[in-house]
Design a protein around this ligand. Sequence first.
Ligand code: SF4
Length: 675
Amino acid sequence: MTRRDTQSWGHSTVETACPLDCPDSCTLEVTVENGRIVSIDGGHQNPTTRDYICGKVRRFAGRVYGEDRLLYPGIRKGTKGDGTFNRVPWGEALDHIAAKIEEIRARSGAEAILPFCYGGSNGLLTQDTNDAALWRRLGTSRLARTVCAAATGAANLGLYGKMPGVVYEDYVHARLIVLWGVNPSSSGIHLVPFIKEARQNGALLIVIDPRATSLAKQADVHLAPHPGTDLPIALALHTYLFDRGHADHEFLAAHATGVDELRARASGWTIERAAQVSGVAAAQLERVAELYASASPSVIRCGWGLERNRNGGSAVAAVLALPAVAGKFGVRGGGFSMSNSTAFGIKAAEWMNDNPEPQTRLVNMNKLGDALLDYRDPPVEMLFVYNCNPLATMPHQNRVLEGLKRSDLFTVVYEQVFTDTSRYADVVLPATTFLEHYDIAKGYGPISLQLVRPVVEPAGEARPNVEVFSEIAARLGLGDAEEETDTLLRIGGRLPHATGAELLERGAATPPYGGRPVQFVDVFPLTPDGKINLCPVALDQQAPAGLYGFQPDPATDRYPLALISPASEKTISSTLGELRERAGMLQMHPSDAAERGIGHEDPVRVFNQLGEVHCPVALNRDIRPGTVSLAKGLWRRSTYNGSTSNALVPDTLTDLGGGACFNDARVQVALLGRH
Ligand code: SF4
């Protein structure tokens, strides 16, 4: 295989796939003229995504060729935060980094080095391959990648061993669809047409979201709970099912353990009590319980919105337990959807275990500020950031910023564009985008595995992750430099059931179960005993109030409003945040605004004990009173004062999985200039 089969002349349309952190994993058709991308559209390989893509990736060429693109390696010349760098050759930049690694390792030990990455590129090659080999051989601090999906992952693993779920196509068979903490109009957009088709077939729709999203407006019932109260709602539904004779005891006896424990823990939560705590009407909640008890097939799309608070893990566990208690499995279109990332049976351990993981210090990424400012023995002396923009995405933003400003911290940022975090780097390295390198895209909505092909030559001197990390390893005498195609073949060869060979040959692998497993027909819990564990001991011990234990709201009289930061139609987490044209606007209900003398588009100060954000306000009746919203993934340039919602987010952790509590931010809002 040649490294590139791209063309620098003429006109071509290349099929590739989108590996970005979105469930859908679209096939793409990218049109290239004279070596430049001119359009990005949907391709045909992935049948679920039906030839269309989101507006975000449609404009991805704006990132590839944009003014923020990092084109050359650079070494800082000004003070941290200036964002000024001297261009240097790759060799010099990598020599400099390798020398620093040696110096720190000799002085303080390799645990003083903290690699920091998340799903910016998100393919199977760009992370947990040659990078992991380098870090493991060095014995650096390890990173718990918990900013997203940590609580959902822990709950899904504990109850079902991450059993695959209902795929989008099978929603058309459902008689009832529950969208819980998820907005497919913004992310995972290819679910929407299947919901519409199901509705045309007579399916009912329930949406549980503090905002009246476009699907919520079309729903038969929309519950708009106070953020962080999904757990009481789910437990009240369990109580209803058990007490009114709707629990499927035959199914539970055959397939579940922990049933009595779940029932006992849910029993204090009546419809009335849950309604009171969550701020939804009891009659509405009762209607949801009735509909869920009676409709079949019935599917719950459990999203990631409900995990982002102190009760998030228990909430997800309680939601995922509903189809078990109500006996909704065993039919097409019945059960739940969470993440289908395990469906191909791919385990990164297959290649990572060539280099066993040393039991070095484990740093929760949500505590980056603490790690940079407080950790001793050894302190963090080198931060190596890639596939991630922590200054924009991590909680307690001001503390992260303070840490990045440390003059004695050596920071490397290896990135596609000049991010907020890059400004604080000592060395910047330019990374290729998924349109310039090979990768493997794994869907976690549709069950798909596709080859990502480079469609154009890299901009400037950008290079793929796998090559750069192996080159650093080679400089340190810890491995050989590797071409990206060699890494692709090596990793492809480790994929189970010869999927790698098929993937390389035809660009996609045949999905198991025809891509449409029926839960408890084709797939069963992947737990050790093959049963659903409704109250796993490990989760119970982990949760501060025990599994299914509710922790009260953190609001105070000073900071009474709940701030949420949901996904938007502009960015994938913070990816593409550089292309936002307008300031982020705080969404606020008119009644909350009127109480504070705030009008539409007024500049406001959103604040709490951790920081403040200055931005314009948008009066919006679609958000529940008492809750305000500022989009996830904003960059610092998108507000008036360079702070985003994460400046107001505590670095407290979810009850399960050590996840981020973005929706536990409690704030006050005032016109700018007032206190
Ligand atoms: S971000 Fe999602 S919807 Fe958009 S192109 Fe990628 S996979 Fe498709």
